[in-house]
Ligand binder design. Structure first.
Ligand code: ZN
Length: 301
């Protein structure tokens, strides 16, 4: 009998080797780990991330959608943020991400386990999500940097995501990862409707020449596509994968009253994209224009 139990338990463990092998790089960027009070951005859209890692809760009477989880350690902050807002973690039905790097999906496996929610991901990021980052064209060198998640479904550019009265569209914005994505959604409050962009800004993280990145042959074309496509988007409000990218801390302070208009800022969005276009152009012209990845210094992973 004892022998049988041992055999069964070893089989169980052998079934999840990648989960137990996941090793997140040391997180030394304090802006990633510093807590930040959850707050209402606009209508049924809420910020539940850390000081810098943008995680977004979209609520409905039929359940909620969560976009991004931050690192593995961000889980506690997401849990308390959702509770403080008066919602329940177990009501999350759909999990999404803007990109499959460990600072955005580090707690995804655990959250999926806790909520039983369905994980949907852009089809070009599904393989990297399922192998914990090992096949990422750049961060694959870190090994299994987050707990792998087998997606329940894949999404492609323009697909709709609906839950209760939530209506969202996924926009494929490749380059940063092959399946990086932004989301467009309509939210409404007592006064009006807002078209909100949750943006994944196309930051370049490789210090190699694009032509040397053999595991991502179309990378230069993808970045060019994303830059052009993002410049043409129309929205009322915008936020992004990193708080620093959309200037959260100059727009909102903990305890501030509800103020969706603080997140209008088309100018800030255009300025960000102009800088990213410059980085891209420099790289294409053979000049650096990139920041080599270092866990301690890189803020826009
Ligand atoms: Zn990233």
């Amino acid at each position: 009998m004892l022998r049988n139990i041992l055999l069964i338990s070893s089989l169980l463990f052998s079934g999840i080797p990648s989960y137990s092998q996941a090793k997140e790089p040391p997180v030394t960027n304090t802006a990633w780990t510093q807590p930040y009070p959850a707050f209402r951005i606009a209508g049924n859209l809420y910020y539940v991330g850390t000081y810098d890692l943008g995680c977004y809760l979209i609520t409905s009477s039929k359940g909620h959608i969560l976009i991004n989880t931050g690192t593995a350690a961000s889980l506690k902050q997401i849990q308390s943020g959702i509770r403080d807002l008066g919602f329940k973690l177990k009501d999350i039905r759909i999990l999404l991400t803007t990109q499959v790097h460990y600072d955005h999906v580090g707690a995804m496996a655990k959250l999926k386990l806790l909520t039983g929610a369905k994980m949907l991901v852009n089809q070009k990021d599904s393989g990297v999500l399922a192998d914990g980052g090992r096949s990422d064209y750049e961060l694959g060198k870190l090994g299994t940097s987050f707990h792998p998640v087998k997606p329940d479904g894949v999404l492609k550019d323009g697909d709709s995501i609906r839950l209760g009265d939530i209506k969202m569209v996924i926009l494929h914005h490749p380059g940063h990862t092959k399946g990086s994505a932004s989301y467009l959604l309509e939210v409404k409050d007592e006064n009006r409707n807002y078209r909100v962009l949750i943006a994944n800004m196309p930051t370049i993280i490789s210090d190699r020449k694009f032509s040397d990145i053999h595991s991502y042959p179309g990378i230069a074309t993808d970045f060019a596509y994303t830059l052009k496509s993002m410049k043409g988007l129309q929205f009322d409000l915008w936020v992004a994968s990193h708080a620093s990218q959309f200037g959260l801390h100059s727009k909102h302070k903990p305890g501030d009253a509800y103020d969706p208009q603080a997140f209008a800022d088309r100018q800030g969005y255009d300025d960000e994209l102009r800088e990213l276009q410059e980085s891209y152009d420099k790289k294409m012209n053979g000049r650096s224009g990139t920041a080599a990845y270092s866990p301690s210094t890189f803020s826009y992973l």
